[in-house]
Design a protein. Structure first.
Length: 365
């Protein structure tokens, strides 16, 4: 798969650490089943696409196997590019169960707000689901007689982790196993901006004038369930919120929905135009001030100031029952997006919970 940058250069996609762990897991199980080395494996991705992954090492016995994959970030390499992701898979007596845990070099969660249990391995929900689906795809028969235990490890994970945000957000001793799509799309500001302009031009050429701007695939999926518009009206703006709304105004759009989760919308509320995690951090001081405006008590305000992530703030707000907070976030995000467009386009902001529940809406015309 390739992404065009400019007129000539092709950017090569890569695959995530989650895809590496999935491929290694599936190869290890097949090695046990077939009692043979596995050199390539077919991996089912979350969007139901498939990708062929090369297996770097494969060792097996009757009840155990250990396989590895080299992480390939494509033309958008991060610190994990080239890392070797191992899986040790063993058959157990716990019939039908699949246990997934982290070993050496996979971080451990020590703070709330990450959507993972404190003390658990930093293996995100989507990679876990990918591993389960792919294991069940080839292991249906073996699971009738055995359980499966999977340990994901990254030998150089601990040293790589210091170059990531993991220490700051409370993941210690290793990297995270990540990925929402399984694929790493090359990050190119020029090509991404060009793609956004092109998508808005398509909306205009179809004589439509309303767009739904989302921060990613999940928020788009949730938005599609509540907003009835043609496919071409849905635009994933990613981290380019300020640029995208400016282009919508410039190209004559008459309304923009902006849909996302607490992390990106909190940054928009602070006036941030480019919301990538590396380029900006959530302003906890601002969020604590908003909570105070909503009559949160001093203890809650202090917890927010010291929160680990925006998701952690959401958990605090819900636990402490601070009414009106999410409405204020949506309002501030809406006002800022209106400002970025010089007031030239009506904006409606929708803040989703991580399960797709609408936490708040705010519209300014």
């Amino acid at each position: 798969m390739e992404v065009t940058e400019g007129s000539n250069k092709k950017l090569r996609t890569g695959f995530t650490t989650g895809t590496c762990a999935t491929a290694s897991s599936k190869a290890a199980l097949l090695a046990i089943i077939q009692q043979d080395n596995i050199s390539n494996i077919d991996v089912l991705l979350p969007k139901r696409d498939r990708i062929q992954i090369k297996i770097n090492t494969c060792e097996f016995s009757k009840d155990n196997a250990r396989c590895s994959v080299i992480k390939d970030g494509g033309d958008d390499p991060d610190v994990t590019h080239g890392a070797e992701i191992f899986v040790e898979l063993s058959l157990t007596d716990n019939i039908g169960s699949v246990e997934i845990d982290g070993g050496i070099g996979v971080g451990r969660v020590t703070k709330p707000g990450l959507g993972l249990e404190i003390g658990s391995a930093a293996i995100n929900p989507t990679p876990k689901k990918m591993i389960l689906e792919n294991i069940k795809e080839v292991g249906e028969q073996i699971l009738k007689e055995n359980g499966i235990k999977i340990i994901v490890s990254v030998p150089k994970g601990k040293e790589l982790a210091v170059k990531t945000d993991n220490p700051r957000i409370g993941i210690i001793d290793g990297i995270s196993i990540l990925g929402t799509s399984g694929i790493v799309i090359p990050y190119s500001t020029a090509s991404f901006a060009a793609a956004i302009r092109q998508q808005i031009d398509v909306v205009r050429s179809m004589n439509d004038n309303t767009v739904v701007l989302t921060t990613g695939g999940r928020s788009e999926d949730f938005a599609r369930k509540i907003i009835e518009l043609p496919d071409h009206s849905f635009i994933q703006m990613g981290d380019f919120s300020g640029y995208t709304i400016q282009q919508c105004a410039k190209k004559g759009m008459k309304k923009a929905y902006v849909a996302g989760f607490i992390g990106k919308l909190a940054k928009m509320a602070a006036g941030v135009k480019q919301t990538h995690v590396k380029g900006s951090k959530v302003n906890m001081k601002l969020l604590s001030e908003i909570a105070k405006r909503c009559n949160a008590n001093d203890k809650t305000v202090e917890k927010i100031k010291n929160a680990n992530t925006a998701r952690n703030v959401q958990e605090i707000i819900m636990e402490d029952k601070v009414d009106g907070f999410f409405d204020e976030i949506s309002k501030e995000a809406c006002l800022q997006m209106r400002n970025h467009s010089d007031g030239n386009i009506p904006v409606e902001v929708i803040l989703f919970d991580f399960d797709g529940t609408i936490l708040s809406k705010y519209e300014q015309t």
